[in-house]
Design a protein around this ligand. Structure first.
Ligand SMILES: C=C(O[C@@H]1C=C(C(=O)O)C=C[C@H]1O)C(=O)O
Length: 100
């Protein structure tokens, strides 16, 4: 089915695609950084998760979201989704270290 997309819609979608690409690159850099943290923790025998640090991040990101006009509940859910994955990686890194 061929349909003509209005120029304004195509332009908005182009911006969405650019933002999504930026998000993917930002997430990739964040995960490279948390991977380093995972190795440091494994070296030092620190636990994979740090609930105190997470509470501080939630407080900070909720405030940033409110200032930016983003739903703070969504911001917290988004952070928790990412942190859950990071902790899974940290557990795997620690287990790998123990079996080496
Ligand atoms: C990256 C860390 O490990 C975990 C993951 C966090 C994150 O992804 O921001 C924050 C706290 C920790 O539960 C850390 O301790 O800094």
């Amino acid at each position: 089915m061929s349909e003509t997309i209005p120029a304004e819609l195509a332009s908005a979608r182009g911006t969405i695609d650019n933002i999504d690409a930026a998000l993917i690159h930002l997430l990739a850099e964040r995960f490279k950084c948390t991977q380093r943290v995972g190795h440091i923790k494994a070296d030092l025998g620190l636990p994979p998760s740090d609930p105190g640090r997470e509470a501080e991040q939630i407080r900070r990101l909720r405030a940033l979201a409110e200032d930016a006009g983003l739903d703070p509940v969504f911001a917290e859910k988004f952070l928790s989704f990412i942190v859950e994955e990071v902790i899974r990686h940290h557990v795997a890194t620690a287990e790998q270290r123990q079996s080496d």
